[in-house]
Design a protein around this ligand. Structure first.
Ligand SMILES: [Ca+2]
Ligand SMILES: [Ca+2]
Length: 289
C-alpha cells in the first residue's frame, strides 16, 4: 500500500515528502520562468506574438477547412529556432471537438494553423456564431541530433476568437402558413386587409425577406407590400362577381443561392383566403336598379 494512503505516516516523513514536492514545483516554475527570457537577436522566442487572435470561418465549411485571419493582423504563432520542437494544443473552448490545431514551420516562425476536424463536423452559425479557444504552445528542446531525447523548456498560452460567418443556408418560413380575412365589398383601395409573416434566421441580406404574389392575375385585385407583408386591395371588390379570393404569397430572401438547387427550393408559400362580405344597402340597390 502506498504510504500516502496510510493513516500512520510519521510526521517527519510527511514533512520530507511535502518539501520534496514543493521543491520540484518550484524548480519546474523556475525553469519555465527562466525560459521566458529566451531572446535571440532581439526577438522573443516561443512566446505568442499576441494574447488574442481574431479569425473567421464560413458556416457549413467542409472538414479540414482552415480558419482565415485578416491580412492586417499579426501572424499567428511563435518565433522559432532550430533544435526545438513546437507543439500546439487546444486547452479550452472546444468541448464539441470541432477544431484541430497544427504547427507549420516557415523559416524562423512556427505558424499556428487551425482547421475543422474530419468527420461529421458542422458549423452552424444559427446555433453557435463564435468560439473562443485557449491554445497552448509547448516547446521542447532536442538534446541530441536524432531527437531521441528532449526536454520541455517553455509554455505559453493565447486565445483565438473564431467568428462563424453566415451563409445563406436557410429559406424563409411562413408562420402561420395559412391566413384568412373578411372584407366588405366597399373596402377602400389600398387599405390593409391582412399581414403575412415569414422569418429567416440568416444574417443581413441572407435573412431579409421579400414578399410577392404567386399568381399574376391576383395582383390585379390585391397587392402585397414587399417588405411588410401587408396585403391590400388594388381594385374595387364586387361580391356579385366573386365572393371568395385565394391569394398565394411567396417569401424569398435577398441573399444569393447557397447552392444551385436552392433558387428553386428557396421560395416559401403562404395561402391567404379572403372572403368578400356583401354590403346590404348596395345589394338592395342593385336588385331594384
Ligand atoms: Ca436565408
Ligand atoms: Ca446561415
Amino acid at each position: 500500500m502506498s504510504p500516502l494512503r496510510g493513516h500512520h505516516l510519521p510526521s517527519q516523513w510527511m514533512a520530507i515528502f511535502c518539501l520534496t514536492v514543493l521543491g520540484a514545483v518550484r524548480a519546474h516554475d523556475a525553469f519555465f520562468q527562466h525560459s521566458r527570457h529566451l531572446v535571440q537577436d532581439g526577438v522573443q522566442l516561443f512566446k505568442f506574438t499576441h494574447t488574442l487572435y481574431n479569425v473567421s470561418i464560413p458556416e457549413n465549411s467542409a472538414s479540414r477547412t482552415y480558419v482565415q485571419q485578416p491580412t492586417d493582423e499579426a501572424r499567428m504563432g511563435v518565433h522559432w529556432v532550430v533544435g526545438h520542437e513546437v507543439k500546439y494544443r487546444i486547452v479550452g473552448g472546444d468541448k464539441e471537438k470541432v477544431f484541430k490545431v497544427e504547427e507549420r514551420i516557415v523559416g524562423d516562425f512556427a505558424f499556428l494553423t487551425l482547421r475543422t476536424r474530419t468527420g461529421n463536423v458542422v458549423l452552424n452559425r444559427e446555433k453557435t456564431d463564435e468560439y473562443i479557444l485557449d491554445v497552448r504552445v509547448t516547446v521542447t528542446q532536442r538534446l541530441d541530433r536524432r531527437a531521441l531525447s528532449s526536454k520541455a523548456i517553455y509554455e505559453d498560452d493565447t486565445r483565438v476568437h473564431i467568428r462563424v460567418l453566415d451563409t445563406n443556408d436557410l429559406n424563409p418560413l411562413f408562420y402561420p402558413t395559412e391566413y384568412s380575412a373578411t372584407v366588405t365589398e366597399d373596402c377602400p383601395l389600398h387599405r390593409s386587409i391582412v399581414r403575412v409573416v415569414a422569418e429567416d434566421a440568416d444574417l443581413g441580406i441572407n435573412g431579409e425577406i421579400y414578399y410577392s404574389l404567386l399568381d399574376p392575375l391576383a395582383t390585379e385585385q390585391f397587392a402585397v407590400h414587399p417588405t411588410s407583408g401587408v396585403i391590400s386591395l388594388t381594385r374595387p371588390l364586387n361580391f356579385a362577381e366573386r365572393s371568395f379570393h385565394e391569394v398565394i404569397v411567396i417569401a424569398t430572401d435577398r441573399g444569393g443561392s447557397f447552392n444551385t438547387r436552392a433558387s428553386v427550393s428557396r421560395a416559401s408559400k403562404a395561402r391567404v383566403h379572403i372572403k368578400v362580405k356583401q354590403v346590404s344597402i348596395r345589394g338592395i340597390h342593385k336588385i331594384f336598379s
